[in-house]
Design a protein around this ligand. Structure first.
Ligand code: PNW
Length: 475
């Protein structure tokens, strides 16, 4: 049984971490306050045609000025943990050298406010807002960026290491590399397949160097840091059992999952992937010793899950309504022919098909392939068009999405998966990258005119789940 039966009561283990997540560029606003430097997302937003409606990082949720109110929201929901990201260009406007006191002060105060409210801070060091000055020098295609990232990680650990235990280095390096440097739908919007592969390696190297820096700095200190990475591991399913579809699934699994998990957990890039991309890159960017740095044991892995993906090796025999052919620019470097197939399931406002068995399979597969690795669901949630009526926001579809995925997570724990926590994406409606403010993922509604926050029905429901440690009557 892949997911727990609807209706049955379930209880999560004692000590299970319950939280909600956000990211700096998506909520903070105040993009020019107190000396913050521009990030690649500021530049991307200012480039006509890149972001829906021409939306930008302002005002977002004005969290930079309203963080105390938002911490109170997390507390009132009863959550024990809050995952946020640190905006690198608030700390180092050029990504190196100069450190801004105002930036340090902001995250210092945020962490103190969380701890005062009894909420465990879970910072992510990089959720896509690379300082533009580093992109001007090549961004993640430049090996130097990995070293700059580790330096910045050291600055943040020096500031917060006495109070923060759980550190995530990178959020979803697949998006940073393949959407940023191959398909170009994310910042910096480059369309260079070979560069995307170099970016993968330099992101992973940056992770490894940052993790080493944090661990070295913590030697002899009272608080032992737990360092992990947040990965959008996703279940890839062949549309049929045909040879072409099975090969498509192997290729996409390599490009989305194994290109990250294998170097991180086994210290090697997958051979089949290297063969698939041989005409594009010889992996000459990998230097001696890199893979040892990258594969230093993780204390945890964060999994962001939204939907499983079905793929086919060709469009033969498929109804044109069931797939989109990638445009000229594909994130699927070396496997551009692979297509994503819609299976006719209900979808979210993103058009993403809803299937919680994908979460179960994702967790079970990681637990099988990498036994003993502590897993956290660091993002899970859905965009829907909410019903805003006076003082309430009704979103039964989001509540149902959360429930089905929590049931899948619970079933995975019952099957022995070392899943230790769950963070809903997102605490607040926010800037949904290239789609701008139209897509709302929050369990709390944000009115962007007044900045008023309203807990949605799904948020109230989630708060009760957290309070009770489960769903429904006791099992
Ligand atoms: C993740 N895709 O982004 C991010 O970590 C969040 O910042 C974001 O708001 C959330 O998921 C919802 O989108 C993704 O195109 C963006 O496959 C795009 C994709 C996947 C994840």
């Amino acid at each position: 049984l892949a997911t727990d039966q609807e209706g049955a009561g379930i209880r999560f283990p004692e000590g299970f971490v319950w939280g909600a997540a956000t990211a700096s560029f998506q909520i903070e606003g105040a993009t020019t306050a107190d000396g913050r430097g521009p990030s690649i997302w500021d530049t991307f937003c200012a480039t006509p045609g890149k972001v829906n409606n021409g939306d930008t990082g302002d005002p977002a949720c004005d969290h930079y000025n309203r963080f105390r109110e938002d911490v109170a929201l997390v507390r009132d929901l009863g959550l024990g943990a809050y995952r946020f990201s640190i905006g690198w260009p608030r700390i180092q406007p050029d990504g190196k050298g100069q450190i801004l006191q105002a930036g340090l002060d902001f995250y210092d105060k945020l962490v103190d406010a969380l701890l005062e409210a009894g909420i465990e801070p879970w910072p992510t060091l990089y959720h896509w807002d690379l300082p533009q000055a580093l992109e001007d020098d090549g961004g993640w295609t430049n090996r130097d960026t990995s070293y700059r990232f580790a330096e910045y990680a050291g600055v943040m650990h020096k500031l917060l290491g006495d109070r923060v235990t759980n550190w995530s280095t990178l959020n979803e390096p697949w998006c940073s590399s393949f959407l940023g440097y191959a398909s170009g739908v994310h910042a910096p919007g480059r369309r260079e397949p070979a560069s995307a592969l170099a970016a993968v390696h330099h992101l992973l190297l940056g992770h490894g160097l940052a993790a080493a820096t944090i661990r070295e700095q913590a030697v002899g200190s009272a608080r032992k840091p737990l360092v992990g990475i947040v990965h959008n591991q996703t279940t890839i399913r062949p549309n049929t059992e045909s040879e072409a579809d099975l090969d498509a699934a192997r290729r996409m699994d390599a490009l989305r999952n194994r290109i990250f998990t294998e170097p991180l957990l086994n210290g090697t890039y997958p051979e089949d992937l290297r063969a698939d991309v041989a005409e594009i890159s010889d992996f000459g960017f990998v230097q001696e010793g890199d893979l040892e740095i990258i594969s230093a044991p993780l204390d945890m892995m964060g999994v962001n899950f939204y939907n499983p993906t079905w793929v086919a090796g060709s469009t033969d025999g498929l109804d044109p309504a069931d797939f989109d052919v990638e445009g000229e620019y594909s994130p699927s470097v070396g496997s551009e022919h692979v297509i994503t197939v819609r299976r006719g399931l209900p979808v979210t406002a993103m058009g993403w098909e809803i299937d919680s068995t994908g979460l179960y399979d994702t967790l079970a597969r990681l637990a099988t392939d990498y036994p003993g690795l502590s897993l956290y669901i660091t993002e899970n949630g859905a965009a829907f068009d909410d019903q805003v009526t006076g003082d309430a926001v009704h979103d039964e579809n989001r509540r149902a999405y959360l429930e089905s995925h929590l049931r899948a997570a619970h079933a995975a724990i019952e099957a022995g998966v070392p899943l230790k926590g769950y963070f809903a994406w997102s605490l607040l409606d926010n800037f949904e990258w290239a789609l701008g403010y139209d897509k709302r993922f929050g369990i709390v509604h944000v009115d962007y005119e007044t900045q008023r926050r309203t807990v949605k029905d799904s948020g109230r429901w989630y708060g009760r789940v957290v309070q009770e440690g489960g769903i429904g009557g006791a099992p």
